[in-house]
Each structure stands twice: as structure tokens, then as C-alpha cells.
Design a binder for this molecule. Structure first.
Ligand SMILES: Nc1nc2c(ncn2[C@@H]2O[C@H](COP(=O)(O)OP(=O)(O)O)[C@@H](O)[C@H]2O)c(=O)[nH]1
Ligand SMILES: [Mg+2]
Ligand SMILES: [Zn+2]
Length: 217
């Protein structure tokens, strides 16, 4: 007899993700699940976006990493409430971890919660967290073919950030090829070019979040 172990695990997570969604809605939080490969600029982008959110909104961050509190320390240094999840090896966050992190964070809205997922373009796709929006960050040094190689995560994205555009003059990265590769799997999501180093494009990304929030929370 063949036992399918994958399906029950996923559905338990999905059930918890639904409970998280209810909790987030009750707290009037827009929750952004930030997914990317290691080093694409997730932490840098979250820090830039935090700067661009109007002060009347609350804000918080859940930092996911296999080990260390380096990223949480960066966020805490700018005075934003942050909770670190160390997965101890697991390569994605799941909805139960988020539920526990929310108990620590005690964040209420109206406001924004950013979740920095584990650096990985593969399995975070399979674990819903109860988020309002999925933000996928690609970056110029990774090359323009990533949406072809990792289609699922790009297909699922509500918003795609192309980070490190300050490096375009130095690297053979074809913007048109990247856009075409994204559009082959995702016709809708905005693709926003950003440099966390210069700040270019961050305002556009923040505006999109604010608009999306009006419609969802
Ligand atoms: N040139 C350039 N470097 C960047 C940019 N954004 C982030 N970085 C650098 O990329 C590295 C990884 O960034 P980080 O935010 O820690 O990525 P994470 O691992 O996805 O959270 C750091 O050295 C950042 O300074 C950018 O827009 N341009
Ligand atoms: Mg990081
Ligand atoms: Zn995983």
C-alpha cells in the first residue's frame, strides 16, 4: 500500500494558515510574505519599505533564518518590533511557527507585518502562512533566467521585486528576458525595479502595498 504523507502535512499547515488569516484580519494587519534566494536583498528591502510606510500605521517583522539573529538585530536597531524564528535547519517557515511568533510580537493594526521567509526559491511556495500578499524578490546578480528555473514561486507571487538594479551596468542581465520569463507564468503581478542601495523604486513598491492594503484589510 502506498501512503501519501505529503498531503496531510500540507493540509494541517493550510488549516493553520486559515486561522492565521483570521487573526491577521482581526488585528487589521496586512501581512507580506517575503520570499527570495539567500542574499537577494529581503532584509534590505524590508528595511527600506519600513521607512516608506506612513507613521500612522503600526509595523512589525518576523525574521526567519536557519540560524542566527543577524537580520532581527538589523531590524531591532531601527526600532521596529521584531521576532526571530530559527528553524534549526528547516528550509521554509510554516503557519504554526508564525502563530507562535505572533504571540511574541503582540502586534496590532492597522499596520503592516513583514515575514522574511527562509532564503529558498522552492518549498516556501508549498507552505501558506495566512499572508495577505506574496512578495518575491529576485536580484540582478542571480541572472534573468530564475523565473524559468523556479516557475512555481514566480507564478504564485502577488508582487515581484527586481532588486539591485544599480548593478545592471555591470552584469549581463536582460530586463526584457526577465519580464518575458515572469509573464510566461504570471500575467498579473507587478514587476517593480528597485535598488535597496540607492533607494530607487522603493517608493513605488511601498505605494503598491498601501493600495493593496486599502482593498484587503
Ligand atoms: N548593489 C546592491 N547590493 C544590495 C542591494 N540590496 C541588498 N544588497 C546587498 O546584498 C547583500 C544581501 O542583502 P540582504 O538584505 O542581507 O539579503 P537577504 O539574504 O535576502 O536578506 C548585502 O550585502 C546587501 O548590502 C542593492 O539594491 N544593490
Ligand atoms: Mg535576510
Ligand atoms: Zn523547506
Amino acid at each position: 500500500m502506498k501512503i501519501n504523507v505529503r498531503k496531510p502535512i500540507l493540509s494541517a499547515n493550510d488549516e493553520q494558515a486559515e486561522r492565521n488569516k483570521v487573526r491577521f484580519k482581526a488585528s487589521q494587519l496586512m501581512v507580506v510574505n517575503v520570499m527570495a534566494s539567500p542574499g537577494a536583498g529581503k532584509t534590505s528591502l524590508i528595511m527600506r519599505l519600513l521607512e516608506n510606510i506612513p507613521l500612522e500605521f503600526s509595523r512589525g517583522v518576523i525574521e526567519g533564518d536557519v540560524a542566527s539573529s543577524i537580520d532581527a538585530d538589523r531590524i531591532a536597531a531601527v526600532g521596529v518590533p521584531v521576532t526571530q524564528i530559527n528553524t534549526g535547519g528547516a528550509c521554509h517557515l510554516d503557519a504554526f511557527m508564525i502563530d507562535r511568533a505572533m504571540d511574541d510580537l503582540e502586534l496590532s493594526g492597522p499596520g503592516y507585518l513583514f515575514i522574511e521567509n527562509i532564503g529558498n526559491l522552492i518549498c516556501p511556495t508549498n507552505f501558506r502562512l495566512g499572508e495577505t500578499a506574496d512578495m518575491v524578490v529576485a536580484s540582478v546578480p542571480e541572472g534573468d533566467d530564475k523565473p524559468i528555473k523556479y516557475p512555481a514561486i514566480f507564478a504564485q507571487a502577488d508582487m515581484i521585486i527586481l532588486n539591485k538594479i544599480d548593478l545592471l551596468p555591470l552584469i549581463d542581465f536582460k530586463l526584457q528576458a526577465f519580464t518575458a520569463a515572469v509573464r510566461a507564468v504570471n500575467e498579473e503581478a507587478p514587476i517593480i525595479n528597485v535598488s535597496c542601495t540607492t533607494g530607487e523604486g522603493v517608493d513605488t513598491a511601498a505605494r503598491w502595498l498601501l493600495q493593496k492594503n486599502m482593498g484587503s484589510v
